[in-house]
Ligand binder design. Structure first.
Ligand SMILES: CC(=O)SCCNC(=O)CCNC(=O)[C@H](O)C(C)(C)COP(=O)(O)OP(=O)(O)OC[C@H]1O[C@@H](n2cnc3c(N)ncnc32)[C@H](O)[C@@H]1OP(=O)(O)O
Ligand SMILES: O=CC(=O)O
Ligand SMILES: [Mg+2]
Length: 727
C-alpha cells in the first residue's frame, strides 16, 4: 500500500506523487506547486458535479424500473416515449449545427482505415499496436484461417510452400482489385520499374503495361530501374509492394515480390479503460508510465520469443522517393488516442480534502493530458500529432449533460496545463442508450473538440438490457446483433454524425470484431460496417488490422457517406424497441445452453481479471471459439443472466450449479498456466468465483449494469490477501 503525501488539502499516493513530479512534469514547463494547487481546485469544484450526474443516472433507472413494472401488461410505445421525454431521458431535439473542430490530423479527418485497440499497460502489445500502421499482408494471410488448409496447405512448424503459394495468389489478386493493370494480372508480372515518373510493368509475355489508374503509383524505394519497393495509394491508404530477388519468398516470385505491406492501423486507441485491470495507484502508474513512454517515444519492451530475446521499440517513419523524384516520408506509426475511464469510478490514488477517493475520470483526464504535453511541445523522439492535438476517447457517457461535463473537465485541464483551448480533442463513445437517443445534443456539447463518435455496441448491449431490466426477459445474447434497436442505433449514429458535419473532419467509427481467430469470417462480414458509412472500425489485433485494411480498398467510404447524406431519417422509434422476448418460450435445453455460454465467458474472463490483473482475454465460448472478452462483454453476459434470473427463466440454484460446472471447465482450459488458481478446488475461497457469482446474483443492483465496482473490490482484496489465498 502506497503511503500518502500531503499536498495542500490533497493526499496523493506516494508512487503517483513521485511519478508525476519526477517523470511527468519535468520538461513540460509546469511547476509542481502550480500543478497540485490547480488540481485541488479542479477536484473540489468538479467532484460534486460528477456525483450529481451519477445520482441522476440512478434516479432515471429507478423511474424506468417503476414504469415498466406498472406497464408490463399494457405496454404502449407512444406512451413510453412520452414518458421518456417527461422524465428528461429523451432530450428535446437539438437545433442543427456543424462541428467546428480545428487542428485534426489527417489520419482522423481524412483517412479511412482500421482502428486498433490495445490495453496500454501491456508494453509489448502497446508497442506492437503503435507499429501496426503497416502490416505484412503475406504474414496476416499465412498465419490465419483466411487461407484454408486444403491441398497440403496447413500451417506447421516450418514454412509450407503450398500454403505460401496460396498466400501469394491471394496477395496478387488483391493487387488486381486495388490497383489493376491495363492488361492481365499482377500474378503475371516479371518486373516493376519506374521510368519518366510512371510505373512500368513487364509481363511474362514481355509486354510492358501500366496501372489502369496511373495516379495510384506514388513512390518507390531503391533505384528506379530495380526498386526495392513500389508504393501505391488507393482510397487514401498505401500499399507497398516489396521486392527482393534474394529473399526466400522473393527469389521464387517472377517479379521478385517478397511481401505486400499494407497501411493498416491508421489510428490506435491506447486503452486505460475496459481492457485494463487498474484498481489502485500502483496499477494506475503502470498504465500512465506506458502512455508516457509512447508520448516521449522512449517506450521499449524486452521479451522472450522462441529462443530469442526481442526488444521492441517504436518504428521510425518510412522514406520514399515520389514519382517526380522527390524524397518524402510516411508515418511509421499509428496515430494514438488514449481512452480514459468514464465518469463512474473513484480511486484512492488521490484523496480529496474530505479524505474521499477522487473520480478516476478526472484523474485520467489530468494525467493523460499532462503526459501528452510532451508530444505537443515536441519533447518526443517521434511526433504523434502533427497538429499538436491530444486525442482522448471518453467512454460510457449518458446523455448531453454528461458530455457537457467532459467538455468542462477538458477546459479545466487545458487551463491547468496552460494548453490552448480545444487542444484536447474528444472521441465520444456512443455506447449508452441515453447517448444514442440524444446523440445530436451530445455532439453539440463538444462541437469544437469532437474528433469521433463510435458505436461501442458491446457496452451498448449491456446498457440496453440493464435499462429495460423490468420490461421482461431479454432475447438470447446472439440474437441481439440482428435486433431492431441495434440496427436502428447503428444507422442513427452514422446519420446523426453526417448531419452534424463529421465527414472530412472527424471519424464515424464502428465496433469491435470480437472473434480474434476467425479472420476469414471477419473478411466476409466487416466490410458491411464501411458500407453502412463508417470511416473506421475496431479490430482486436494487428493481424486483424492488416486484413481489415483490405475492406477500405474495396469500399470508397467517402462515396458511401455522400450517398447517405442525401437521405434524412429518424431512428428513435427503432432504438426504443426493447429486445424482450415476445413469449420467452425457450426449451430447458436452450436455457441451459445460454446459461452455460454466459457463465463460461464470465468465469474465463473474471478469473484472469481478479487474480492476475489481466483486463482483456481471449476466452473460448461453449463452441470453443475464442472470444475477446473485456469489461463490456462481461457486462453483457452478467446482465443477461441477471435478467433471466430476475424474470424466473432460471433459478438461483440453477445459476450456481451452472457456474460451478463451468468453473471446472475453465479450470481445465487454464491447466497450463502456472499462475492460475483453481476455482473448483474451493468455490467459497476462490475470489474469482465469488466475484463472478456476485456479478450475476447482484447484477440487477449494479449501477447501469457496470462490472467495475465488483471487479475492483475483489481485485483489491485479492491484491492484499492473494498471497495468503495462494498458499
Ligand atoms: C468493447 C471494447 O471496449 S473493445 C476494446 C478493448 N479490447 C481490446 O483492446 C482488445 C485488445 N486485444 C487483446 O488484448 C488481445 O488481442 C486478446 C486478449 C484478445 C488476445 O490476446 P492473445 O491471446 O495474447 O493473442 P494471440 O496469442 O493470438 O496474439 C498475441 C500476439 O498478437 C499481438 N497482439 C494481440 N492483440 C494485440 C493488440 N490489440 N495490439 C497489439 N498487439 C496485439 C501481441 O503483441 C502478440 O504478438 P507478439 O508475440 O509479437 O508480441
Ligand atoms: O467500447 C466498446 C464497446 O463496444 O463497448
Ligand atoms: Mg465500451
Amino acid at each position: 500500500m502506497n503511503p500518502y503525501i500531503h499536498v495542500g488539502n490533497l493526499q496523493v499516493a506516494s508512487g503517483l506523487h513521485r511519478f508525476l513530479e519526477s517523470e511527468v512534469l519535468p520538461g513540460t514547463g509546469l511547476s509542481a506547486d502550480k500543478f497540485w494547487g490547480q488540481l485541488e481546485l479542479l477536484i473540489d469544484e468538479l467532484t460534486p458535479v460528477n456525483q450529481a450526474l451519477l445520482h441522476k443516472r440512478d434516479e432515471l433507472q429507478g423511474l424506468l424500473n417503476q414504469w415498466h413494472k406498472q406497464h408490463r401488461d399494457d405496454f404502449d410505445a407512444e406512451t413510453y416515449k412520452a414518458y421518456l421525454y417527461q422524465i428528461g431521458y429523451l432530450e428535446p431535439e437539438a437545433e442543427d449545427f456543424q462541428i467546428t473542430t480545428q487542428n485534426v490530423d489527417e489520419e482522423i479527418a481524412k483517412q479511412s482505415g482500421p482502428q486498433l485497440v490495445v490495453p496500454v499497460n501491456n508494453a509489448r502489445y502497446a508497442l506492437n499496436a503503435a507499429n501496426s500502421r503497416w502490416g505484412s499482408l503475406y504474414d496476416a494471410l499465412y498465419g490465419t484461417d483466411v487461407i484454408d488448409d486444403s491441398d497440403g496447405a496447413e500451417r506447421g512448424a516450418s514454412y509450407n510452400a503450398a500454403r505460401g503459394l496460396k498466400v501469394i495468389a491471394y496477395g496478387k489478386s488483391f493487387l488486381d482489385q486495388a490497383a489493376p493493370l491495363t492488361k492481365n494480372s499482377h500474378a503475371e508480372v516479371v518486373a516493376y520499374s519506374v521510368a519518366d515518373g510512371q510505373l512500368q510493368i513487364v509481363l511474362t509475355n514481355g509486354e510492358v503495361v501500366g496501372l489502369q489508374e496511373s495516379a495510384l503509383f506514388v513512390g518507390y524505394q531503391g533505384s528506379p530501374s530495380s526498386p526495392a519497393a513500389v508504393l501505391l495509394s488507393n482510397n487514401g491508404l498505401h500499399i507497398e509492394i516489396q521486392i527482393d530477388r534474394h529473399h526466400r519468398i522473393g527469389q521464387n516470385d517472377p517479379a521478385g515480390v517478397k511481401d505486400i505491406l499494407l497501411e493498416a492501423a491508421i489510428t490506435t486507441i491506447m486503452d486505460c479503460e475496459d481492457s485494463v485491470a487498474a484498481v489502485d495507484a500502483e496499477d494506475k502508474v503502470d498504465v500512465y508510465r506506458n502512455w508516457l513512454g509512447l508520448m516521449k517515444g522512449t517506450l521499449q519492451a524486452s521479451f522472450q520469443k522462441g529462443d530469442a530475446t526481442v526488444t521492441r521499440a517504436l518504428h521510425s517513419d518510412r522514406s520514399y522517393v515520389s514519382a517526380e523524384g522527390k524524397a518524402f516520408e510516411l508515418p511509421g506509426r499509428s496515430l494514438l488516442f488514449v481512452r480514459n475511464v468514464g465518469h463512474l469510478m473513484t480511486i484512492d490514488a488521490i484523496l480529496d480534502r474530505n479524505g474521499n477517493d477522487v473520480p478516476e475520470g478526472i484523474l485520467d483526464a489530468v494525467v493523460t493530458s499532462a503526459i501528452a504535453m510532451h508530444d505537443v511541445i515536441g519533447n518526443s523522439l517521434y511526433r504523434n500529432s502533427n497538429k499538436g492535438s491530444i486525442y482522448i476517447v471518453k467512454p460510457k457517457m449518458h446523455g448531453s449533460e454528461e458530455v457537457a461535463f467532459a467538455n468542462t473537465l477538458f477546459n479545466r485541464v487545458e487551463d491547468l496545463l496552460g494548453l490552448e483551448r480545444h487542444t484536447i480533442k474528444i472521441g465520444v463513445m456512443d455506447e449508452e442508450r441515453r447517448t444514442s437517443l440524444n446523440l445530436k445534443a451530445c455532439i453539440r456539447e463538444v462541437k469544437d473538440r469532437i474528433v469521433f463518435i463510435n458505436t461501442g455496441f458491446l457496452d451498448r448491449t449491456g446498457d440496453e438490457m440493464h435499462t429495460s431490466m423490468e420490461a421482461g426477459p431479454m432475447i438470447r445474447k446472439n440474437q441481439m446483433k440482428s435486433s431492431t434497436w441495434l440496427q436502428g442505433y447503428e444507422r442513427s449514429n452514422v446519420h446523426v454524425g453526417l448531419t452534424c458535419g463529421l465527414q472530412g473532419k472527424a471519424q464515424i467509427g464502428k465496433g469491435m470484431w470480437a472473434m480474434p481467430d476467425l479472420m476469414k469470417e471477419m473478411l466476409k462480414q466487416k466490410n458491411s460496417q464501411l458500407e453502412a458509412g463508417c470511416t473506421t472500425a475496431w479490430v482486436p489485433s494487428p493481424t486483424a488490422a492488416t486484413l481489415h485494411a483490405l475492406h477500405y480498398h474495396q469500399v470508397d467510404v467517402k462515396e458511401v457517406q455522400a450517398q447517405l447524406l442525401k437521405h434524412s431519417a429518424s431512428y428513435i422509434d427503432q432504438i426504443l424497441e426493447i429486445p424482450v422476448s415476445p413469449d420467452a418460450s425457450w426449451s430447458q435445453e436452450e436455457i441451459q445452453q445460454e446459461l452455460d455460454n454466459n457463465a463460461q465467458g464470465i468465469l474465463g474472463y473474471v478469473v484472469r481479471w481478479v487474480e492476475q490483473g489481466i483486463g482483456c482475454s481471449k476466452v473460448p465460448d461453449i463452441n470453443n471459439i475464442g472470444l475477446m472478452e473485456d469489461r463490456a462483454t462481461l457486462r453483457i453476459s452478467s446482465q443477461h443472466l441477471a435478467n433471466w434470473l430476475h424474470h424466473g427463466i432460471c433459478s438461483e440454484e440453477q445459476v450456481i450449479e451452472t457456474m460451478r460446472r463451468m468453473a471446472s471447465i475453465v479450470d481445465n482450459q487454464n491447466a497450463n498456466d502456472p499462475a492460475y488458481r483453481s476455482m473448483s478446488a474451493d468455490y467459497e475461497r476462490s475470489a474469482a468465483f465469488q466475484a463472478a457469482l456476485e456479478l450475476v446474483l447482484q447484477g440487477y443492483d449494479q449501477p447501469n449494469g457496470y462490472t467495475e465496482p465488483i471487479l475492483h473490490r475483489y481485485r483489491r482484496a485479492f491484491k492484499t490477501s492473494g498471497a495468503a489465498l495462494k498458499a
